[in-house]
Every structure is written in structure tokens, then in C-alpha cells.
Design a protein around this ligand. Structure first.
Ligand SMILES: [Zn+2]
Length: 258
């Protein structure tokens, strides 16, 4: 049993990034929730990531047409997620560690995070037809359902507000992705945020987007070649019509590691 001692500060400073998606979906065990919340009180970096995870979870919930009252649906979804998580643990314990290591180079937390997100999608899509009226939601759902889907963390830089953060969702072998932001400043009407994909260190101009209240935005990114050809995704404020090369400071940046 862990006690509050001189080491507790160190423990709490271990980032909890890998638990935040499951946390946003209410899919963690009670002891994990306590661990995450203790850390969030101390860590602005993880608080920002938690805000993005909430935005993604909300996007997923909003993208399914809600026939039943939202609270009822959410409870049902979470119950299914909990049951699925218990099942996953049982399966994971039954599988020999060596065979898991051979097939899954990812950290278990990362694999679980993806499993949670996909399980939630399956639950919703199984119950209701996909709301194709929101192209961003439709693409996000499609991407998250792909086994090779990655959810890359994109961090706010020193030129962004403290709570700025984003996720970039995409399949490395495909060209399309969705960037979901939180905590960005609202820009003047003659400005927009521009996405850049860096190839061999050279930023290539991509989509323009604006943010809503809370700095929330979501934008489809169409890459000229496969996403795996790019090392970094970045965002800068630019004139509303966009720029051929970045002129504003980088406010969001993340490595597109496989
Ligand atoms: Zn942290």
C-alpha cells in the first residue's frame, strides 16, 4: 500500500498521459481514477491532455445520434466498456507474455487506450447508424475503427496558453487525419490556425481552422502522401487565407511516431 511520504511527489510527477482517454470515458478502476486525479491536481501538462481527451470523448458521444436520453446512453456505454475491460484483462492474463510481446510492441496502457476507444465506438455503432452529416465525426469514427489507428499527442508550446493541447488521430499508412484541439486562443477575424506537416524538417502547408469557446477545434487534415512520410505535425497562427511557409509562432507541435 502506498503512503504519503517523501517519494509521493515523485510518484505524482509521473505523467498519466496513457490513462487519460480511458479516464475521460469513465473506464478506469477506482484506484486508477484516484491516481490520475491526484496527478492532475499537480500537473498542468496532463490537465491539458485530459481536456483534449474529454473533447474526444464528447465528440464521440455527440457523433452518435442520441435517441435515448444522453445520460442513459452514457451509462449503458460505460457499463459495456467496464465489462469489456474486465474481459480484456482476463484475456491478457491468459495469454503468455512472450507471445504478447512478439505481436504488440506497444505499451499495454496504449493498447488498452485504443481498445477502450474502439470498444465505445463498436457499442455506439452497433446500436445506431453513423451520423454522416458531420464529416469530421464520421472520419474520426472511421479512423478509430482501424486496427492501425494512432492517437498522437500534440503539445502546446511556450507560445500557446498553458492549457493548450491537441490530439492527432490517423492511420500512418493513410493520408487522412483529424486534429482535435483544446485551449487555443481565439484569433482575430483576419487570422486562422494553419496545420503544417513536416517532411525532412520542412513544413508543408495544410488545412486552416478556427477554434470555438475553450479553444476547441477539430479539423480534417489531408496529407499529400501517407502520414508516415511526415515526422511532425505543427500549428501556427497565420493570415486567414493561409501562408506558403509559417509566419506565426508554433503553438502546437507533436511527433508522428509510429
Ligand atoms: Zn503529468
Amino acid at each position: 500500500m502506498r503512503t504519503k511520504d517523501s517519494n509521493s511527489m515523485m510518484n505524482e510527477l509521473h505523467h498519466v498521459t496513457d490513462l487519460l482517454d480511458a479516464y475521460a470515458l469513465g473506464a478506469l478502476e477506482a484506484y486508477e481514477v484516484a491516481q490520475v486525479e491526484a496527478h492532475l491536481e499537480l500537473c498542468p501538462v496532463c490537465r491539458a491532455q485530459a481536456e483534449v481527451a474529454r473533447a474526444i470523448a464528447q465528440q464521440l458521444l455527440l457523433s452518435a445520434p442520441l435517441v435515448a436520453p444522453p445520460a442513459g446512453l452514457k451509462a449503458k456505454v460505460l457499463a459495456r466498456v467496464h465489462a469489456a475491460a474486465a474481459q480484456d484483462r482476463a484475456v491478457a492474463e491468459a495469454v503468455a507474455p512472450t507471445s504478447v510481446a512478439a505481436n504488440a510492441p506497444d505499451k499495454p496502457e496504449v493498447t488498452r487506450r485504443r481498445t477502450m476507444l474502439r470498444r465505445m465506438l463498436d457499442t455506439m455503432l452497433g446500436a445506431e447508424p453513423l451520423n454522416t452529416e458531420d464529416p469530421v465525426a464520421a472520419l474520426l469514427l472511421k479512423l478509430l475503427a482501424e486496427p492501425a489507428c494512432e492517437v498522437w499527442s500534440v503539445a502546446g508550446t511556450k507560445d500557446a496558453p498553458k492549457n493548450a493541447a491537441a490530439r492527432f488521430v490517423g492511420v500512418p499508412n493513410d493520408r487522412e487525419g483529424v486534429l482535435i484541439t483544446a485551449g487555443l486562443r481565439n484569433l482575430a477575424p483576419d487570422q486562422a490556425y494553419q496545420v503544417w506537416l513536416l517532411h525532412d524538417g520542412k513544413p508543408e502547408p495544410n488545412a486552416l481552422f478556427r477554434v470555438e469557446r475553450g479553444g476547441r477545434g477539430h479539423q480534417i487534415v489531408q496529407a499529400p502522401t501517407r502520414l508516415r512520410d511526415f515526422e511532425v505535425v505543427a500549428v501556427t497562427p497565420e493570415p486567414a487565407s493561409g501562408s506558403p511557409a509559417p509566419t506565426g509562432p508554433i503553438v502546437l507541435m507533436g511527433a508522428l511516431t509510429a
